[in-house]
Design a binder for this molecule. Structure first.
Ligand SMILES: Cc1cc2nc3c(=O)[nH]c(=O)nc-3n(C[C@H](O)[C@H](O)[C@H](O)COP(=O)(O)O)c2cc1C
Ligand SMILES: [Mn+2]
Length: 459
């Protein structure tokens, strides 16, 4: 199965599935574009070709549903988690190419980002226009190993951007560069295949090049090309690459910005970036990830975080079947974990392993494999019928979190585990699900049109 590595290829697949709409009227990148993406928050991707101001093209809602990720990879939805877990465990080294679509056009003077691209303003109280889907490529100065993240970009001057760096690998890399007295070179890659976005969000150790996960997801090396003015390589099939440099003590006011927990991040003194060069495809498409609790931002991180969560919990509980991070928990704070329990206590072990795997995770519900973990009704039912609230719920106060959680104090927060697995020593009939015998249920389905000839069969 061949999946091309470009955003455009993913859009072609969406188009064929009726999952790409084209906005026919002129749209203002200031709020109006985001308003449309909010209204279609669980709907199709939208391509904007008539944008007020700079003109140019933009696309949003590329990864606002799990089904889109599956479609972009030509995979059934049920196989997506296993594919990303496999990619994390069997990453593939990128392959360098000499010529790349992302460098069809090279602009290294008179750069004015707002004139070049239809950069949107997303939320009412945002500090200004932001590039929200920029995949940030950096290199550790000691090891030369690449690091990949997504960092928002506030357009502050024609060729100056502000960004925000949480306590991530990028933060460590920046600090180390400045200790060595060197500027930090960065490339921001905008307009990526969904696999590259998901790879960028995998929680792996410092020194693990996340672009290798993109190769693992594709099943072949991701093609990369050398940047023109910085010593970095970037995905060759991207739409736009912004090559930039950061200097020590060069800070400016950045934010507010609508953030993923559905809160505004307050104004801060944050690093500035000086743009050296912009390269792009002909007629580039600016990718927009909606911010502030929109499912797209949540899912990009959620799909990636589920993969490493699954891997880590399975190390402790080998019977781990599946994990799910719900949008209600911002795809960061809450997880449901299905296990095939072998020994008593494994429900709690799974929750411990989950908390150890991810700082931001603060509620882990562990259920048996018969529960559909994506269905909140089923999960609630498991808690109601299989947990004793004195014995099976535990709270760990003051555990490690980080400041992306609006409830964190000194980067700590309380974590709650709920073991909603069946007791292994309980008599079997306690968990027997009342229903008609299986053969009768089957016969009812077969005879349905005899009972109700004029009615459609229920799903
Ligand atoms: C759409 C989107 C925007 C993000 N913006 C930021 C940001 O501005 N600053 C930040 O520190 N993390 C941001 N993140 C989260 C980081 O990209 C993520 O934590 C990443 O795994 C960090 O990688 P690293 O530890 O390898 O540097 C964003 C994530 C997404 C999906
Ligand atoms: Mn990293």
């Amino acid at each position: 199965m061949f999946v091309s590595q470009s955003l455009r290829h993913a859009l072609e697949r969406y188009e064929a599935a009726g999952e790409l709409w084209h906005a026919a009227a002129e749209v203002d990148p200031r709020f109006e574009l985001a308003g449309i993406l909010w209204r279609l928050k669980r709907g199709p991707a939208v391509l904007f070709t008539k944008l007020r101001g700079s003109g140019g093209r933009a696309v949003g809602n590329v990864l606002n549903t799990r089904g889109k990720f599956a479609a972009a990879l030509n995979l059934p939805l049920s196989e997506v988690q296993a594919r990303v877990v496999h990619a994390v465990e069997h990453p593939i080294e990128p392959r360098s190419v000499q010529e790349a679509p992302c460098q069809e056009v090279v602009v290294d003077h008179d750069i004015d980002l707002l004139k070049m691209f239809p950069i949107p303003t997303l939320s009412e109280f945002d500090a200004g226009p932001y590039i929200s889907a920029g995949v940030c490529i950096a290199k550790h100065p000691d090891t030369g190993v690449r690091n990949v993240s997504i960092n928002r970009l506030h357009i502050q001057e024609p060729a100056v951007m502000g960004t925000n760096i949480a306590p991530t690998h990028l933060h460590t890399i920046r600090k180390r560069c400045f200790e060595l007295g060197r500027p930090l070179e960065l490339a921001f890659v905008v307009g990526n295949h969904p696999a590259v976005l998901v790879a960028s969000q995998c929680l792996l150790e410092l020194g693990y090049d996340e672009l290798r996960v993109a190769g693992g997801i594709f099943g072949e090396p991701l093609e990369v090309v050398k940047c023109r003015t910085v010593d970095l390589e970037v995905p060759a099939h991207a739409e736009i690459v912004i090559e930039a440099v950061m200097h020590p003590d060069d800070l400016a006011e950045e934010a507010p910005f609508g953030e993923f927990p559905g809160t505004y991040g307050g104004r801060k003194q944050n690093p500035r970036l000086h743009v050296k060069c912009v390269t792009h495809r002909e007629h580039p498409i600016l990718q927009v990830v909606s911010a502030g609790k929109h499912p797209e931002h949540l899912l990009i991180g959620g799909i990636a975080r589920e993969a490493t969560l699954f891997r880590d919990v399975r190390k402790t509980v080998p019977g781990t079947q599946r994990v799910f991070m719900s949008e209600g928990g911002s795809c960061r704070f809450h997880a449901v974990i299905a296990i095939k329990k072998r020994t008593e206590g494994e429900g709690k072990s799974a929750a411990f392993a989950a908390f150890a795997s991810q700082d931001l995770l603060k509620r882990a519900i562990v259920v048996d494999e018969d529960i559909d973990i994506e269905d909140p009704y089923e999960v609630e039912w498991a808690i109601a019928t299989r947990s004793d609230f004195e014995r099976d719920i535990f709270v760990i106060p003051g555990a490690k979190s980080n400041n992306a959680d609006p409830m964190a104090v000194n980067n700590t927060v309380a974590k709650m585990g709920i073991d909603a697995t069946k007791a292994l020593d309980a008599p079997l009939q306690r968990y027997l699900l009342p229903n008609v015998p299986a053969q009768v249920a089957q016969r009812v389905v077969q005879r349905w049109s005899e009972y109700f000839p004029d009615q459609p069969s229920p799903a």
